[in-house]
Design a protein around this ligand. Structure first.
Ligand code: EPU
Length: 419
């Protein structure tokens, strides 16, 4: 099993280029199943989750080609509408094919995704939406089966603005009869990117990026070309790495509007953040000030940046409180940070972080994708050497984390361990 070795490094300096967004591209790949044609997706990040989604589409009968940048999906001959356990259990986002299969074929059978390290993550809101559109849903033997004569538009209120449920319902609704309204919809930039892709195909999706999305069903959709938005969480991770190491880094290929909470919090802790047309320059501060963070759906502070900020606040001059409201189990990295000398106490949904002068290099384990990245950047400021294990989590969502950090001056390498 591979692991990452990070040594205490000099302040990071230079430019890092951000890849296409993982969480935008996954629903977009699922949406290519909507059309009897060949879709071309550009700026696709070379990640394990993208290859899992591609394998799932291949299993269903699509032809998928990828050159590390452009993904071509030929969905003209779909043979199957069933997504089996061994593919869905590798990645929860596989469940996103349900909406597009249901829309195009009026039937889909998907293995029920299990819980995961960050929480139980149910799918009730996805199913509530499909039911409201007239689908009959049966959950049996670990599978969810949905059938509809013809989906029809409906008003759907989401009890929580779930990103995945909003995406799945949008995909199901594009060809439904009449108008579907999603109320209390998720407003994340990835929702807007999916809406833009669907609209290019000929769909009528209005209001994406607000909490009310209206989808007017259309008869026909066409395959199109689309470029995925940059990954705001990858960008945020390098911004925090720059701040932690008291560095000076230009993070290139960023949509500033997407990272407002990250910019605001970095300024609050004392960093200088310059906004440029295509990116941001983050200049660290000698004294990191404490701050309080509460994760919320967009445009609130993103849960996917919580672990990285926690790592940084372990070095702040005072006490910070971090409250996680989106996932119930996203403090799994706390014991790992404590192994590195951090002073953190968990109290229900909040973690109280008392800053320290130094962290100490240790052997630690990535518990999920973002927690793993947080441990790697902690290693940059920890005395001695940090070994991060279980890095397959990190490889799900960061393109060449080791290469990009080392080009900024980090002392970091990946070691392939033969079993
Ligand atoms: N929820 C329900 N019922 C549902 C769906 C969700 O109760 O039917 C709950 C979840 O249990 C959770 C909350 O709603 O407590 C938010 O879940 P959401 O559905 O919004 O998340 P998701 O679509 O499963 C996406 C990202 C996550 C990101 C969250 C929140 C993708 C592929 N994943 O997950 O990304 O944390 O939105 O922004 O888009 C990551 O990249 O590391 C990651 C975990």
């Amino acid at each position: 099993m591979a692991y990452i070795v990070v040594k205490e490094s000099k302040p990071l300096r230079g430019t890092v280029r951000i890849s296409g967004s993982k969480n935008a591209v996954l629903p977009i790949i699922a949406a290519t199943l909507l059309v009897d044609g060949v879709s071309v997706i550009k700026s696709v990040p070379d990640l394990r989750d993208v290859s899992v989604m591609s394998d799932l589409l291949r299993y269903l009968g699509a032809k998928v080609e990828y050159d590390g940048e452009t993904l071509i999906v030929d969905a003209r001959e779909i043979k199957d509408t069933e997504a089996p356990y061994n593919l869905v259990n590798k990645m929860r986002a596989s469940f996103l094919v349900m909406g597009s299969l249901l829309s195009r074929f009026n039937t889909a059978k998907i293995s029920m995704p299990g819980g995961c390290a960050i929480g139980t993550r149910p799918i009730d809101l996805h199913l509530k939406g499909f039911r409201a559109m007239g689908a009959e849903i049966v959950s049996d033997h670990g599978y969810v089966e949905a059938h509809a004569e013809k989906l029809s538009g409906s008003k759907i209120y989401l009890d929580f603005p779930s990103v995945g449920a909003t995406e799945n319902i949008m995909m199901a609704a594009v060809r439904a009869e009449g108008i579907t309204t999603i109320e209390n919809a998720a407003e994340e930039p990835e929702i807007v990117d999916l809406a833009n892709f669907l609209n290019k195909m000929g769909a009528k999706v209005r209001g994406a990026g607000t909490n009310t999305i209206k989808i007017t069903g259309v008869e026909k959709l066409e395959a199109v070309e689309h470029t995925v938005i940059p990954d705001r969480i990858e960008a945020g991770t390098y911004m925090v790495a720059a701040a932690m190491t008291k560095g000076d880094v230009f993070v290139d290929n960023v949509i500033i509007d997407h990272i407002k909470p990250v910019v605001a919090k970095l300024i609050e802790v004392g960093c200088t953040v310059e906004e440029h047309e295509n990116g941001v320059r983050v200049i660290g501060t000698d004294k990191i000030m404490p701050t309080n963070i509460k994760t919320l759906p967009h445009p609130g502070f993103p849960t996917d940046m919580q672990s990285q900020f926690m790592a940084m606040l372990c070095m702040a001059e005072g006490k910070s409180t971090i409250t996680e409201t989106v996932f119930e189990n996203r403090f799994m990295n706390v014991p790992e940070l404590i192994r590195m000398g951090a002073n953190i106490e968990i109290n229900g949904k909040s973690a109280i972080v008392e800053g320290r002068d130094k962290l100490t290099g240790s052997e630690v384990m990535a518990t999920d994708l973002r927690a793993g990245a947080a441990l790697v950047i902690s290693g940059l400021v920890a005395e001695g050497e940090t070994i991060v294990k279980n890095i397959y989590h990190i490889e799900r969502g960061y393109v060449d984390l080791v290469g990009k950090l080392s080009r900024l001056g980090a002392e970091i390498c990946k070691v392939e361990e033969s079993v």
